[in-house]
Design a protein around this ligand. Structure first.
Ligand code: SF4
Ligand code: SF4
Ligand code: SF4
Length: 273
């Protein structure tokens, strides 16, 4: 039973957040939302503990589809970065702002880029593409595009406010629809161009402007037991994010890129990770 304790702890943490937000904000949505996500993540941990090969993908699909289809399309909540700016400017502490605070700004101090490995609806689709392991682990020097995308998303929402454009809720809904369509199109095109499913994450995604610096301090990280490691290089070969996981320092190569997918640990013949 010991192997199920982490799942119980995670579920209890989410349930505490669900009940606290439900009572303080007097809104049953928070009870449903955080209970659902807590259940799915706990289920994923149970599946992982039972060595189910597709545990991560199951969680990614259950959380990603919920966010994209239910919150985004059915509830018309813009969950992309533009939605975060929008709700921030209006001073509304609602789903998108809470989501960003928990998953992408403060949460990474604890679970690093777990969001990118287990929940993101963009990567949920990109991970179906054929290049799970990148053709090359050498990075291209185009990571600056993410800052451009970040600035463009902020400028877009700021311009709507400065120009006093009406019907902003509707505009934000369509921005979510077209924004996602653009992300998927770019993500698929880049994946095939660079033969790397995660090329969009590495060079374009504006959310990494939050995720990368915060995940540098992450409490949960994959580390290497140097006593067991035989330097076979298998972990580096299978890593989708080109992390040098055998180096235990926080400044290791691509340190802030780890999505905690655990492919390296699965591939390690010595159980060193
Ligand atoms: S880097 Fe961006 S697109 Fe990639 S998984 Fe993370 S949030 Fe999603
Ligand atoms: S393979 Fe290992 S180092 Fe690479 S992203 Fe996944 S968990 Fe992180
Ligand atoms: S796969 Fe394991 S043994 Fe091989 S280099 Fe990586 S940590 Fe070391």
């Amino acid at each position: 039973m010991k192997k199920y304790i982490p799942a119980a702890v995670i579920f209890a943490a989410f349930e505490t957040a669900a009940i606290s937000l439900w009572l303080t904000k007097d809104n049953a949505f928070y009870l449903f939302n955080f209970s659902y996500i807590g259940c799915v993540i706990a289920l994923g941990i149970v599946l992982y503990a039972r060595a189910y090969r597709h545990a991560r993908r199951a969680v990614q699909l259950l959380v990603g589809l919920y966010m994209l289809v239910y919150l985004g399309l059915i509830c018309s909540e813009n969950m992309q970065i533009e939605g975060f700016w929008y709700y921030l400017f209006t001073g509304v502490f609602e789903a998108a702002t809470i989501h960003y605070a928990v998953a992408k700004i403060f949460g990474p101090l604890i679970f690093g880029r777990g969001w990118c490995g287990y929940a993101c609806w963009t990567a949920m689709v990109l991970d179906f593409l054929p290049y799970k392991v990148p053709a090359s682990h050498e990075r291209r020097k185009i990571g600056w595009i993410r800052y451009l995308a970040f600035a463009a998303s902020l400028a877009f929402v700021a311009a709507l406010f400065l120009a006093h454009v009406g019907n902003l809720e509707r505009i934000m809904f369509w921005a979510f629809v077209w924004g996602n369509a653009l992300y998927y199109a770019l993500g698929v095109a880049l994946a095939f161009t660079f033969r790397d499913n995660r090329a969009f994450c590495k060079y374009i995604c504006p959310v990494t402007v939050f995720l990368k610096p915060m995940s540098y301090f992450s409490l949960f990280r994959v580390t290497c037991d140097k006593g067991k490691c035989v330097s076979c290089g298998r972990c580096a070969q299978v890593c989708p994010m080109d992390v040098d996981v055998t180096d235990n320092s926080r400044s290791r190569k691509n340190a802030t890129e780890c999505i905690l997918c655990m492919e390296c640990a699965r591939a390690c013949p010595r159980g060193a990770l």
